[in-house]
Design a binder for this molecule. Structure first.
Ligand code: NAD
Length: 479
């Protein structure tokens, strides 16, 4: 019998009043939990709890109080990494070795933003008017609604929560309906860390009901959304109607460009890791591999040899490198994309659902598609599965043109030993992150976010805090 979860509001667990949904383990296809679909009234209760906490003292909590609470939370997340990892692995299928690592890495994000809590200073501004003191202060906006996807639930919730809390806001988190459990466990840790009741609340449910009610709620002051570009547009429209700031971390279709002069062994490994980690369910997947024509065949032999060796299977096993896709729906979608490429391109590796011991889960192996043109569906749309589309190019100019011929702009990569070319191409790629001779590195100190339809705003670094703050200018007439 699957357990039934509750909402976390005003520091207490509250049973859902409306309908519920079933959370499924994608490895076994079996139910894990029933969770309530937050109604508009329940969302209202959570937003009111956040407002009450904000106005009832949290807004005025001194920076060192916020810093210490965040440091305590970071420690608890790191201390509980094994358990948090196991919960996430059961819920969304990323291998346990990786979900544990994700928890430890995320604790560093929280520590980093703890450090910002007491450094959000304003400025004194020299005016042309004499006898005037002019200074600025940065104030929290109030209640932040954080809407989170399922593909890295813990980190994506905390990447929003840590800067928002460091800045002094209260918040309501809406986890994805596909993997709410890690975020519900996080609520216990937030309470244990000592955050006052109501500062962080969590309402589970669907996007169309719970998520939409939250975004439309008049008590919400900022929306921090991570998810697909399609939903991001809807969220931005709702925020626009209310004229509140929104930060959007959306999808991608990133190009990884390999030139003939690169370290081809390293490039082949990273081309696979950058696309297949988390079963390709990452916004920064290097899902378009652009390969210089002169080395194409030799390089693709290296790529397929490495991809063939990926250990796909039970994500709780320590040797597993790739688990299942998140859901049956996503499995059908990925297979449909692969099917769409079969007539015009070549499936060089993978391409079929895995059976045998894995038949109950939603498993597709690393799939490499060669001979792809950039106008094909698999090269244009975000697949969110382990599918690498390989596109040959003749020279630097063509590589840049193909890399930028996309609606997205989240990330890009360039592999070359020519220093000038590395910087030229990095400058030319229209994306928020460019990796040179690497892929996947993300750090709390560095900004992360999208150009074009991949988003608005940045996570990581000082910039991530700006959306959660507003600036007040104070003129003081001196006599
Ligand atoms: P999704 O857009 O389907 O859902 C994301 C969240 O939005 C979920 O919590 C969902 O319930 C909620 N939602 C859905 N409709 C809503 C509505 N009308 N109003 C308010 N909330 C609503 O995305 P997903 O399938 O959960 O996640 C995968 C997507 O997320 C991919 O496109 C991926 O690239 C993107 N992503 C981006 C980043 C980034 O940092 N750029 C990180 C991770 C994932």
């Amino acid at each position: 019998m699957a357990t039934t979860t509750k909402h976390f509001v005003a520091g207490e667990w509250r049973a859902g009043a409306g309908a519920s949904m079933t959370d499924v383990n994608p490895t076994s296809g079996k139910p894990l939990a029933e969770f309530p679909i937050g109604t508009a009234e329940e969302v209202d209760g959570a937003v009111r709890a956040a407002r009450a906490a904000f106005e009832g003292g949290w807004r005025d909590a001194t920076p060192n109080v916020r810093r210490k609470l965040l440091l305590k939370l970071a420690q608890l997340v790191a201390d509980n990494a094994q358990e948090l990892g196991r919960i996430a692995t059961d819920d969304m299928g990323m291998p346990w070795a990786f979900t544990m690592g994700e928890a430890i890495f995320t604790a560093e994000y929280v520590e980093y933003y703890a450090g910002w809590a007491d450094k959000l200073d304003g400025a004194t501004i020299p005016l042309s008017a004499s006898n005037t003191l002019d200074y600025t202060v940065h104030e929290p906006r109030g209640v932040v609604a954080a809407i989170v996807p399922w593909n890295a639930p813990l980190s994506l919730a905390l990447w929003r929560a840590a800067p928002a809390l460091a800045a002094g806001n209260a918040m309501v988190i809406k986890p994805s309906e596909l993997a709410p459990l890690p975020i519900l466990r996080l609520m216990d840790l937030i309470a244990e860390a000592g955050f006052p009741p109501g500062v962080v609340n969590c309402v589970t449910g669907s996007g169309s009901e719970t998520g939409a009610s939250l975004v439309d709620h008049p008590g919400v002051d900022v929306v921090a959304f991570t998810g697909s570009t399609t939903t991001g547009r809807r969220v931005a429209e709702a925020a626009g109607r209310r004229l509140i700031p929104v930060s959007l971390e959306l999808g991608g279709k990133s190009a990884n460009v390999v030139f003939a002069d690169a370290d081809l062994d390293a490039a082949a490994v990273q081309a696979c890791v950058g696309c297949f980690v988390n079963t390709g369910q990452q916004c920064i997947a290097g899902s378009r591999l652009l390969v210089e024509r002169s080395i194409h065949d030799a390089f693709m032999e290296k790529v397929t040899a490495f991809a063939r060796g990926f250990a796909v299977g039970d994500p709780m096993q320590p040797t597993t490198q790739m688990g299942p896709l998140i859901s049956e729906r996503q499995l059908d979608r990925v297979l449909d994309f692969i099917g769409s490429a079969k007539t015009d391109a070549n499936i060089a590796l993978g391409g079929e659902r895995l059976g045998g011991d894995l038949a109950d889960g939603y498993f597709v192996p690393p799939t490499v598609v060669t001979g792809v043109r950039n106008d094909m569906r698999i090269a244009r749309e975000e697949i969110f599965g382990p599918v690498l589309s390989v596109i040959p190019f003749a020279d630097e100019a063509e590589a840049i043109a193909i890399a930028n011929d996309t609606d997205y702009g989240l990330a890009g990569g360039v592999w070359t030993n020519d220093l000038s070319r590395a910087h030229r191409v990095a400058r030319a790629i229209q994306a928020g992150t460019v990796w040179v001779n690497s892929w996947l590195a993300v750090n709390p100190q560095a900004p992360f976010g999208g150009y074009k339809s991949s988003g608005i705003g940045r996570e990581g670094g000082r910039e991530a805090i700006d959306v959660y703050l507003q600036t007040k200018n104070v003129y003081v007439q001196l006599h």
